[in-house]
Write a protein that binds this ligand. Structure first.
Ligand SMILES: Nc1ncnc2c1ncn2[C@@H]1O[C@H](COP(=O)(O)OP(=O)(O)OP(=O)(O)O)[C@@H](O)[C@H]1O
Ligand SMILES: [Mg+2]
Length: 215
């Protein structure tokens, strides 16, 4: 469902990825590993169109369609969602307002329905719905960031260290939700050091070393 081909890119003059290519099937969970600075986050950012691809032959094909450098809002509509390493939620908004804001690219009725669905998947968020992130733990905030992503009912989910700084209870909630979504054929690329949290779900491991795929 996703084909990443010959991606060379970087920041400014600094080349980070060299000829990165891989393919992922529908419903697969792929673990993207490698040392600090090996380019894991850069791979996710490139798929999501946040970085310009340097190589002329560099392409990203999603469900047979060329999505190379599509604008972010288009990515969401196509069914691709991305949770960055540094999670951003609106501090001045409540949990529910954050979810509704994420859903604001849809009609009001649709947005409400989508938020309701997220509450069914993550009931914990409904109990926290009136709180602002200031009054949430680190793990609860992460759960909110995950909920903001689920609002889009994605087909492909890019997660950059979703369990970093998350307590065991919320980690379990997120891991269970990933397992449930996999059953519905949702595809994941996950960058995570704590892979034991979802080890039995992993279909494929891609290892990066200095921006080059090792395996
Ligand atoms: N915005 C940026 N500007 C310049 N260089 C950057 C930028 N972001 C990342 N880099 C560099 O690109 C390289 C790869 O970074 P990347 O964030 O992809 O690594 P990573 O594998 O995700 O590392 P970590 O495990 O620490 O999150 C590193 O050398 C990093 O310093
Ligand atoms: Mg990273």
């Amino acid at each position: 469902m996703l084909k990443v081909a010959h991606i060379t890119t970087g920041y400014g003059k600094k080349q980070v990825l060299t000829d990165v290519s891989f393919e992922i099937g529908k419903g697969e969970i792929v673990l993207l590993t490698g040392g600090n600075g090996s380019g894991k986050s850069t791979v996710l950012k490139t798929i999501y169109g946040l970085l310009k691809i340097w190589s002329a032959e560099g392409k990203i094909i999603f469900e047979g369609e060329d999505i190379t450098a599509l604008p972010t809002a288009q990515m969401l509509r196509k069914g691709i969602a991305y949770m960055p390493q540094k999670k951003n939620v609106f501090e001045e908004f409540t949990v529910e307002e954050n979810l509704l804001t994420s859903a604001n690219i849809y009609t009001t009725a649709d947005a409400k329905e989508r938020v309701k669905k997220v509450y069914e998947t993550l009931p914990m968020l409904e109990t926290l719905r009136k709180r602002t992130p200031f009054h949430l733990s680190g793990g609860e905030k992460q759960l909110l960031a995950f909920g903001c992503l689920l609002v889009h009912k994605p087909k492909l989910v890019l997660l950059d260290e979703p369990f970093a700084g998350v307590d065991s209870q919320n980690s379990e909630i997120i891991a269970n939700s990933i397992a449930d979504l996999k059953k519905e054929n949702v595809t994941f690329i996950i960058v995570e050091h704590k892979k034991y949290l979802f080890e039995n779900q992993i279909d494929k491991v891609i290892e990066l070393e200095l921006g080059i795929i090792k395996n």
